[in-house]
Design a protein around this ligand. Sequence first.
Ligand SMILES: CC(C)(COP(=O)(O)OP(=O)(O)OC[C@H]1O[C@@H](n2cnc3c(N)ncnc32)[C@H](O)[C@@H]1OP(=O)(O)O)[C@@H](O)C(=O)NCCC(=O)NCCS
Length: 185
Amino acid sequence: MSSRLRQAAPNDLPQITTIYRDAVLNGTASYELVPPDEAEMASRFQAIRNKGYPYIVAEDKGGKVLGYAYASAFRTRPAYRWMVEDSIYLAPEARGRGLGKLLLAKLVEECEALGFRQMIAVIGGAAPASIALHRAAGFTETGLLKGTGYKHGRWLDTMLMQKTLGEGTETDPDPSTYPGTLFSE
Ligand SMILES: CC(C)(COP(=O)(O)OP(=O)(O)OC[C@H]1O[C@@H](n2cnc3c(N)ncnc32)[C@H](O)[C@@H]1OP(=O)(O)O)[C@@H](O)C(=O)NCCC(=O)NCCS
């Protein structure tokens, strides 16, 4: 399946909403129980873009969106401003072909270029595919939270995985880079 990556745009939202709907209804990556509608997804998209976080899509030759990935704040207290959380969702038919790896590598690259120092994956249901994807992208396991959710008739754990971006903790952050402008007190 040949594909290309590009910045997400508002007219991708119908397809993004469909992909996320399947993940909410059938998976454990999201702890939402009711899929959000397109208006809600549009409002979330705008909030992420307004804050300057990357939001990218993978599309096939015909322009069909196969998957998407974005970064967002892990927490919004100002000292957390150097850390982002990643989110990544593929249409069921697009999984297992290396596309997740491409999307995540691009997201990491964009977040590093912006000056972020850490990326965290909060893996709902500790799903094996997501753990494997993040491990392949250089994330390491940093914690397992037990019984974090109840969905599809079972208790779920959450795996936390983390990747250092750029100089990580080796140098002080540069307040003139983009993350330094976030969540000012
Ligand atoms: C998780 C997800 C994004 C992975 O994307 P993908 O395109 O299927 O993954 P890739 O084909 O790029 O594979 C990446 C790595 O994970 C491994 N992997 C993929 N699916 C796997 C599975 N079901 N079980 C075990 N390993 C798996 C691959 O072998 C590969 O590892 P390798 O490079 O060491 O061989 C995709 O399956 C998905 O959208 N799942 C539902 C939503 C979700 O869980 N999102 C993550 C939120 S944190």
